[in-house]
Design a binder for this molecule. Structure first.
Ligand code: SF4
Length: 396
């Protein structure tokens, strides 16, 4: 492999190699031509632009002065504007999507040098590609580091330094840039249906209902169809609001294992929760769901999540629309900031920092309620788990 081939493959290469140097010198000559081209001479300006960046579309604009290492390593989509004085170190490849605006003085750096200082004395580097999606806006002075991907429809605030990938539809700012808020958010109802569709693709059975009464009717029909002998449940405010537990308790066709009966001593309650692993049908809630079709819990004892993962032949989960988020990170954030600290308020006597402040301190207290995390990616076997999504804000 030649040094240039290594560069194109994203491998460590010698940038003092004559062939690589020649490409760099060629770029400098083309830059000189472009940076002195007159905009009035449209043909001359466009020719210089395309000589430097092959395939640069007529619908896109680059306002000089401009600086880059190679030019041919940059790909620009339709309707793009690159403002004054941008610097693209593009050995690793830079891709800019359609209708993206790059503010003045933006700097996109793909080269990555060895971290060992002795190695770094050698003329070697690795090019890590930068990808910027469609319809993005990078404010003035944004710096993008090697290997970063910025998703579609993102806004990066002026002066930010982007060191990590930014997901679609994000407004990111700061050094290092972090997502401050989501853009182009779906309505709650759109999220509900997107989540249901994604769960269906992941082999969950799903139902979208308008309220807790409809959720109750759906659960009742499934329970009757399954005709389980032993039914159990994991605690969930949403599930309790549907009234399903009282209905099961009063129906003699079913035996309800209630591991939350406050009249019993705690060891007995825990024993019942253990037996719930062998129940025929198990009902509970979920801490967070993503629009990508994954389910997320954080449990103290684990009695809610263990029977969901394995044991009962049928599992029913209920969740309000407020539990639906866009990503795994947001799911974890929701659990840490909202679900866990609010849940502790339902357990008087638990001594944790959040019980006093309402804020999670990632404690190590013996009463810590955040001990086991579960993320469910697919349902196996298909249809074993029914997820009922309720178009109301419910539970924690
Ligand atoms: S402070 Fe402790 S118990 Fe409270 S939410 Fe954080 S980790 Fe959980």
């Amino acid at each position: 492999m030649t040094e240039v081939e290594k560069m194109l493959a994203g491998e460590l290469y010698d940038y003092s190699d004559p062939e690589a140097l020649e490409l760099n010198l060629q770029a400098h000559e083309r830059l000189e031509k472009l940076n002195t081209a007159r905009y009035r001479d449209t043909q001359g300006y466009r020719a210089a632009l395309r000589e430097l960046i092959p395939g640069f579309p007529d619908s896109s604009y680059l306002i000089t002065p401009f600086h880059c290492d190679f030019g041919f390593r940059t790909t620009v989509g339709e309707g793009v504007v690159i403002n004054f004085n941008c610097t693209f170190l593009d050995g690793g490849g830079i891709t800019i999507g359609n209708h993206t605006l790059i503010g003045p003085n933006c700097q996109l750096y793909t080269p990555h040098h060895p971290t060992d200082y002795l190695e770094r004395r050698k003329p070697i580097e690795t090019g890590k590609a930068i990808r910027i999606g469609d319809d993005c806006w990078l404010g003035g002075g944004v710096i993008v580091c090697p290997g970063v991907t910025i998703g579609n429809r993102c806004i990066i605030a002026a002066g930010s330094v982007v060191t990590r990938d930014i997901p679609d539809d994000s407004l990111a700012a700061g050094n290092p840039a972090v997502v401050k808020r989501k853009l182009n958010a779906m309505t709650n109802t759109e999220k509900l249906h997107t989540c249901a569709e994604a769960l269906r693709r992941h082999h969950f059975e799903t139902a979208v209902v308008a309220n807790t009464q409809e959720a109750f009717e759906k659960m009742k029909s499934v329970v009757e169809a399954e005709s389980p002998k032993l039914v159990s449940f994991g605690d969930s405010m949403t599930m309790r609001e549907t009234g399903i537990i009282e209905w099961l308790r009063n129906d003699e066709r079913f035996t309800l294992l209630d591991g939350f009966d406050a009249s019993m001593p705690r060891p007995e309650r825990l024993e019942i929760r253990r037996q719930a692993l062998m129940s025929d049908l198990f009902i509970t809630g979920v801490n967070a769901l993503t629009t990508a079709g994954t389910l997320h819990w954080l449990d103290m004892v684990g009695n809610r999540i263990a029977p969901v993962a394995f044991g009962p032949r049928k599992v029913i989960l209920v969740a309000g629309r407020n539990k639906i988020v866009d990503s795994r990170d947001e799911a974890e954030e929701r659990i840490r900031r909202i679900a866990a600290p609010q849940n502790i308020a339902r357990h008087p006597g638990f001594r944790t920092p959040c019980a006093k402040t309402g804020v999670c301190m990632d404690c190590n207290a013996p009463d810590r309620i955040c001990n086991t995390r579960m993320e469910m990616l697919r349902c196996h076997p298909a249809g074993r788990i029914l997820v009922i999504l309720i178009d109301q804000d419910l539970g924690l």
